[in-house]
Design a protein around this ligand. Structure first.
Ligand SMILES: Cc1cc2nc3c(=O)[nH]c(=O)nc-3n(C[C@H](O)[C@H](O)[C@H](O)COP(=O)(O)OP(=O)(O)OC[C@H]3O[C@@H](n4cnc5c(N)ncnc54)[C@H](O)[C@@H]3O)c2cc1C
Ligand SMILES: *[C@@H]1O[C@H](CO)[C@@H](O)[C@H](O)[C@H]1NC(C)=O
Length: 531
């Protein structure tokens, strides 16, 4: 119980949207069962060549489902995945505490939930073990505290998270109303996994049809207020959740993403790293994978329905150029960070991303109760933050806490040189600015010139997710005939599961296009059974 709830809020990215249920079998779409045999040999019988740019959640899923749908409908595909990093996973990746491969720790996407259909089903299918989280320090500290820079406004000692929250009298009915609103919004979202909504062509139209626009066009603060969910519940608790999950205060994140941040059940992660799901997806897709290969341009081939992809393969100091031709190109990365040029593709919308500094470190020390202004012997294992009372609720700033969250992920056994083992804590800090060693010492109540406080540390600046300001329209997935884009989904809901779903949606649209092209080539009447 303790460990589960201790991840609840941090984990909550996974919940809502990341929940899903899948395609109904038998409907008239390419995702239904059965396949049809081609009647005559035509152009559609040729091997379809597909380039996937980016091997994160979206690109890996696109390759995986494309291979599956193509198989099912008797298309031959040759998929090439281009990835400029030397690893598969993108923003879902691990580093190793003490540089010890036995101690992986998530540097990016950390948690998903059982209702995250794509993630959960793939984990089962690929036999990947769910991480066995002890969670927290096991020192008997409170599980979670929400700090406003002066004091803890909420402390939860353990047990059922929602149950505890509902007992806080000053929140009135707001917690209950939130739970119901999350349920309702999730229910609408889940239709995106099923026909007739899936596969969708227009995210904007889909959001409208599923009645999700009231959530996306208002800030979390306004959306909650219009549903009679009010401060201090919103400004303390819900804001703590949007801050840890999306580096955003409640008036600068839309209502849908706020609901995602509040849907919390059954958090989990893959032992060794969530990237293993995407690695298996890429392998299963039988795609050729080009690591350390950066796509530089995508151009239309004159007079043909094909595209030229130019790339640079980095070989240590040297790099050499690659050029290849494809029927379909899937751009599975935010365009603005990709450095891809194109004279022929209409560039997707550029959106603002949250700069998130992740600071990981190991230390034998705990954080100082004095720094956090508490009488207790131990500060909570997980510290979320919010703005103090009286602070402008419309502010985008992190406020006096200066960080979004700090928590003890787990304890570690550090092997010292003499063979002795020392118990240490593994910490993670999220902040909008870099968090220096001296700031860590200060949090521990140690002098600025302390030595040997940190036995290991790792820092990373991510463009983690979009600044989820309210909006009523979204970048569509099809950029041009044969060119597709997954990252429009991110300003709707950004997490591993939804990016996987975005990749899957593109794959389904592509194969649906092939199926209808084949249909139109067939002799009428010869082959008119439904898909
Ligand atoms: C710190 C942090 C914590 C998070 N926590 C969670 C969480 O708990 N749960 C959750 O569900 N989500 C979480 N997320 C969000 C989640 O990680 C992302 O939404 C998801 O991984 C994005 O996947 P993607 O495939 O769309 O993009 P990316 O993972 O960014 O993949 C894009 C890939 O394209 C490659 N690329 C870019 N340009 C080129 C080029 N020109 N040529 C070749 N390759 C290129 C990049 O190298 C990259 O590998 C978190 C993110 C961060 C940063
Ligand atoms: C896929 O295409 C590449 C060329 O881009 C080629 O080298 C490879 O043999 C092809 N694979 C299959 C299975 O056809």
């Amino acid at each position: 119980m303790f460990s589960r709830t201790s991840r609840v809020v941090v984990a909550s990215v996974a919940g809502l949207l990341c929940t899903t249920y899948l395609l109904l079998p038998g409907h008239a779409s390419i995702v239904g069962p059965g396949s049809q045999q081609p009647f005559v040999l035509t152009e559609s019988q040729a091997v379809k060549r597909v380039a996937v740019i980016g091997a994160g959640a979206a690109g890996s899923s696109a390759a995986y489902y494309l291979n599956e749908y193509a198989d099912k409908h008797d298309f031959k595909v040759n998929i090439t995945v281009y990835e400029r990093n030397n690893y598969v996973g993108g923003r879902t990746t691990t580093v190793h505490a003490y540089d010890d491969p036995e101690e992986p720790v998530e540097l990016g996407g950390s948690i998903f939930v059982q209702v995250n259909k794509n993630m959960f089903e793939a984990a089962k299918l690929f036999n990947l073990p769910i991480a066995d989280y002890a969670g927290g320090s096991a020192d008997g500290a409170d599980q979670l505290g929400i700090w406003d820079g002066k004091e803890f406004v909420v402390v939860i000692s353990g047990g059922g998270w929602w149950e505890t929250i509902k007992m806080i009298w000053r929140y009135g009915l707001s917690p209950l109303r939130t739970q119901n609103l999350v349920k309702e919004t999730v229910g609408n979202f889940l239709k995106m996994y099923e026909a007739p909504v899936f596969p969708w062509k227009s995210l904007t139209t889909t959001a409208y049809e599923l009645d999700l626009l009231p959530a996306t066009t208002n800030s979390g603060l306004e959306f909650l207020k219009s549903n009679n969910i009010n401060p201090p519940f919103t400004t303390e608790l819900i804001q703590a959740s949007t801050r840890v999950n999306y580096g955003s205060n409640l008036d600068h994140i839309h209502g849908l993403e706020t609901m995602v941040a509040m849907s919390t059940d059954g958090a989990m992660a893959i032992a060794g790293g969530n990237w293993r799901i995407f690695d298996k997806m890429v392998q299963t897709s039988k795609a050729g994978v080009l690591l350390e290969t950066k796509v530089t341009s995508v151009e239309r081939v004159t007079d043909k329905h094909t595209w030229t992809v130019n790339a640079l393969k980095l070989d240590g100091e040297e790099s050499h150029r690659l050029e290849d031709e494809y029927d379909e190109v899937i751009i599975a990365t935010p365009w603005q960070f990709s450095d891809i040029t194109s004279k022929s593709i209409p560039a997707p919308e550029e959106i603002k991303y949250v700069d998130l500094h992740v600071t990981l470190f190991a230390s034998p020390y705990r954080l100082s109760p004095k720094y956090f202004n508490t009488d207790k012997d131990l500060v909570p294992d997980m510290i979320l933050t919010t703005l103090p009372k009286g602070f402008d609720v419309h502010s985008a700033s992190v406020g006096p806490t200066k960080f979004w969250s700090v928590n003890i992920l787990r304890t570690l056994e550090r092997k010292l040189e003499n063979g002795v083992k020392r118990r240490e804590y593994l910490y993670k800090i999220f902040s909008p600015e870099p968090w220096a060693d001296e700031q860590i010492y200060e949090m521990m109540g140690l002098p600025k010139d302390s030595k040997n406080v940190l036995s290991w540390s790792h820092r990373k600046l991510w463009q983690a997710y979009p600044v989820e300001e309210p909006r009523s329209s979204f970048q569509e997935a099809q950029l041009d005939f044969g060119v597709w884009y997954t990252a429009g989904m991110e300003s709707f809901i950004s997490c591993m599961e939804t990016m996987s779903l975005s990749g899957k949606n593109v794959a389904a649209n592509i194969v649906e296009g092939w199926v209808s092209a084949r249909r139109s080539e067939e002799v009428p009447g010869q082959h008119d059974k439904p898909l």
